[in-house]
Ligand binder design. Sequence first.
Ligand SMILES: [Zn+2]
Length: 241
Amino acid sequence: MTPVLLAAATFLSTLIGGLVGLKNKDRLHRYLGFTAGVLLGVVAFELLPEIFSLLGEQHRTPEVAMIALVCGFLAFHIIEKSILIHHTNEAEYEVHKHPHVGIASAVTLIGHSFLDGIGIGLGFQASTTVGITVAIAVIAHDFSDGLNTVNLMLINKNKSRRAFMFLLADAVAPVFGALSTLLFTVSGGGLILYLGFFAGFLLYIGASEILPEAHSRHSSYRTIGLTVLGAAFMFAVSRFA
Ligand SMILES: [Zn+2]
């Protein structure tokens, strides 16, 4: 049940991100800088070493796992740029509104959060350490998922009640994702593929979403320093966890 409990923590993270995040944007941006470093650190110090050790155990070569990583990165890039799901630059919204950024993007965001929960569950199927560090990565960035959902809510002002329902659905999706992994076991090659895919997914949201968002208002050495600190933090966690 540990993965489900940790996924429940993402429920709070998403809600807090959505409800409180908008009120203190400057502090939020520094926090997002830290999160980007955490995501990089989880991939480099936890997911990739786990993939390589599984490859060694099963006497496999790394190509397929690395193809899965590239697919994870590109899949989210293509989906996101196709429907502008995590687009949170409000200055741009003043210039041109995206009336289509509505149900389609909210549903994709919920699908992303469901995958976050599956990531935690399958992380635990790899090992407890991988599960815990993936949970840290998911809880940290779901704060920004919540913020993105609230931005959707603001864009569709006349449908704010429905958008709030989307925030709730987005917050609860990781719990269902983690629950679903109690119903099946992925092992061997399948686990390597999934970890590779999830590593690409985390690299993409860290580098292409969270980092640009952290610097979207203004860049500061403090934000840059926090990104370095986030990566160093995950290095320390991976050593002592
Ligand atoms: Zn997420």
